[in-house]
Design a protein around this ligand. Structure first.
Ligand code: ADP
Ligand code: MG
Length: 250
């Protein structure tokens, strides 16, 4: 093996994929550069590539039902949202402070979009995020409880500094189910951050959770350190449908 082949072979052994793929071209065009400059450039590319790969993997495992950023959100369509609040959330300080965020509002106003947008910011800055719908979370917790793995599972969820629990209120919970949700919320309380979305106002949570006492215990913990974004507006889906009808009148 000549030196050229050996270098590429060694780069492969060390999994320095970016360096391996750009080396030839770069060296060809870097004749006026010093050895240190070349080395630094190649290392920079490798670091960038590795960071992007980590982000890609974390995005894949985040469970997001779709990927949308905060920049893709049209705030002019939803004037009830205070942009300053979203900008503050965007700094991710709430995660460092172990605070919660709750998006309230009717269907289609962008609750899930905003939650995922913040989640994507967090992943980009190296924070582990996990998304799950309330229905799925409750299903999982029930199964974990039945198989004696609840404690273990709650500890696993706590490895995520940010979780997104989507759509509280679409499913009415019985007492056993809201008890499990209470345990989940208590476990994360003041240890981690959670973003919740709900189509129901807090005064209706008693109904959803089937028990006023558990509901207020859950709300107490969620709201103790939290930001609520109450969205009052039209459904974006409806707007898109109207637009389609406008251009395709029957
Ligand atoms: P919700 O969770 O409140 O029911 P979603 O976040 O799922 O609503 O929004 C429904 C769809 O409309 C999504 O595809 C979302 O990206 C889009 N959407 C909602 N509001 C906006 C907005 N203000 N700007 C851009 N897209 C939006
Ligand atoms: Mg939603």
């Amino acid at each position: 093996m000549n030196t050229y082949e050996q270098v590429h072979d060694k780069l492969k052994t060390l999994h320095l994929e970016a360096m391996d793929s750009i080396l030839d071209n770069y060296i060809e065009n870097a004749k006026d550069k010093s050895f240190l400059e070349i080395l630094e450039y190649l290392l920079d590319q490798e670091i960038k590539n590795k960071k992007q790969k980590t982000i890609d993997v974390r995005l894949r495992y985040s469970g997001f039902p779709f990927r949308k950023t905060l920049d893709e959100f049209d705030f002019t369509f939803q004037p009830s949202i205070d942009k300053n609040t979203i900008n503050e959330l965007r700094t991710l300080r709430f995660i460092y402070n172990k605070e919660n965020v709750i998006f309230l509002g009717p269907p289609g106003v962008g609750k899930t979009h905003l939650a995922i947008g913040i989640g994507m910011e967090a992943i980009r800055s190296g924070i582990l995020v996990y998304y799950i719908s309330t229905v799925k979370l409750i299903q999982n917790l029930k199964r974990d409880y039945q198989t004696g793995r609840l404690e273990y599972k709650l500890r696993t969820y706590n490895k995520f500094p940010l979780m997104i629990i989507d759509e509280i209120g679409y499913l009415l919970l019985n007492k056993e189910e809201s008890n499990l949700l209470f345990q989940f919320v208590s476990y994360r309380y003041e240890h981690n951050s959670t973003i919740f979305t709900s189509n129901k106002s807090y005064s209706e949570w008693g109904e959803i959770l089937g028990d006023e006492v558990i509901a207020s215990a859950i709300l107490d913990r969620i709201l103790h350190h939290s930001t609520t974004v109450n969205i009052k507006g039209e459904s974006y889906r409806l707007k898109e449908r109207k637009k389609i009808r406008l251009f395709n009148p029957k």
